[in-house]
Design a protein. Structure first.
Ligand code: SF4
Ligand code: SF4
Length: 382
């Protein structure tokens, strides 16, 4: 069942009570119940068990849910199973968002319930914001061209390592890009590279990520707290599993960062970074696999080059360039993950809040950055 107003179900998992006492579930439940469009909230002990998955199927049907947020372990472990649950319940399998509150929140901040709960609430709210923007997909993840916006420049085709983009002629000799969805690897590199914003990645759209960024940055411009506010983008194949591994090892680290998983670091659109910066984020960290290890054959190199360019833009706008960093972390490097996080959080904390955040009156008078914040959109880069 699809409806114009989202009907979101949020399902918490206590994972055999391994999260119990590490984050405050009552606060999470309250948050979920008060979120717009959330019409059903439930908590079970082992969400991954077949009986619990059956109960989720029934809850989707009984409550007319058209999308679900699973607040549990890593999507790398169980997202496919929950997509099967959605399909069995009669909704599109890509209407499932999984919020990783176990491995990447409860278990890596288990000595500090307050910080872990605060982070879990942010990550859950971000997931719900993302879920609101999800759209059913017929073909699953892959690049889609908006022909009306495509200039035919060819940047996407030169970016795509899979060689699945060609062109078709349209009126007046003009050409537009065409993606072979059956062979598209859904890395999203072409989407971030398109200078016209003519591409999007089904299953991982700009709208979904921007909803997460906007949720996290809500209110940051008006206050210097919490500080530092740090956003991390981590690629699904390399850095994100390193973070999961850190959780499995119960490695403890600073909780002052929030994470968005991306298919590849090359999917990180400069627009997302500018948007986060313009809305008061103090630092953005982009994580991908090391050179030679990128699942998508060099997506990481494209990321580094693109962000070097973006950093020049940020510098001209008045930001300290160390507020944006790109680091390589492979899947088997949980210790490096912790070291990179700790180093970045410390560095950004020392820099202090972004100049965008709650400037003093005299700073408002002189800060071109402050006055130009509304124009800080992708047009500053593209
Ligand atoms: S990069 Fe964008 S504008 Fe250029 S051909 Fe590809 S889809 Fe069209
Ligand atoms: S998403 Fe990746 S594989 Fe698919 S067309 Fe774009 S660059 Fe090529």
């Amino acid at each position: 069942m699809e409806s114009s107003t989202p009907r979101i179900g949020v399902f918490f998992c206590d994972c055999g009570q391994t999260i119990k006492g590490l984050i405050d579930y009552d606060k999470l439940r309250d948050l979920a119940q008060n979120e717009k469009d959330v019409v059903h909230v439930d908590k079970v002990d082992f969400l991954c068990s077949s009986s619990s998955r059956e109960s989720v199927t029934e809850a989707i049907r009984e409550n007319g849910l058209d999308r679900i947020v699973v607040a549990a372990c890593s999507p790398r472990a169980y997202l496919l199973e929950f997509q099967d649950v959605a399909e069995r319940a009669g909704i599109n399998r890509f209407m499932v968002e999984q919020s990783n509150l176990r491995d990447q929140v409860a278990w890596i901040h288990s000595l500090d319930e307050e910080s872990a709960t605060s982070k879990a609430m942010d990550q859950l709210a971000m997931s719900i914001a993302r879920a609101r923007k999800m759209r059913p997909s017929r073909f699953g993840p892959g690049a889609a061209v908006n022909e009306e916006m495509c200039s035919g420049c060819g940047v996407c085709a030169t970016t795509c390592k899979a060689g699945v983009i060609d062109f078709k002629p349209i009126d007046g000799g003009h050409r537009v890009a065409r993606v072979d969805r059956s062979e598209c690897k859904a890395c999203g590199a072409c989407v971030a590279a398109c200078p016209s914003g003519a591409l999007n990645l089904e299953g991982f759209t700009n709208e979904e990520v921007i909803a997460e960024v906007d949720e996290f940055t809500e209110g940051l411009l008006d206050s210097k707290e919490p500080s530092p506010a740090i956003l991390v983008f981590a690629c699904h194949w390399c850095s994100y599993p390193a973070a999961d591994l850190a959780g499995l090892k119960r490695m403890q680290m600073d909780a002052r960062f929030r994470m968005i998983r991306t298919p590849c670091s090359a999917r990180v659109d400069p627009e997302w970074v500018l948007r986060a910066m313009s809305r008061g984020v103090d630092g953005v960290l982009i994580l991908g696999g090391s050179e030679g290890n990128c699942h998508y054959q060099g997506g990481n190199v494209r990321t580094r080059n693109r962000m070097l360019l973006l950093n020049k833009v940020l510098e001209q706008l008045g930001f300290d360039t160390s507020r944006l960093a790109v680091e390589w972390i492979d899947a088997d490097e949980p210790y490096r993950f912790r070291a990179v996080i700790e180093d970045f959080v410390t560095k950004i904390a020392e820099l202090g809040p972004s100049p965008m955040r709650a400037p003093a009156e005299e700073e408002k008078m002189t800060s071109a950055l402050y006055h130009g914040r509304d124009e800080l959109t992708h047009t500053a880069y593209r």
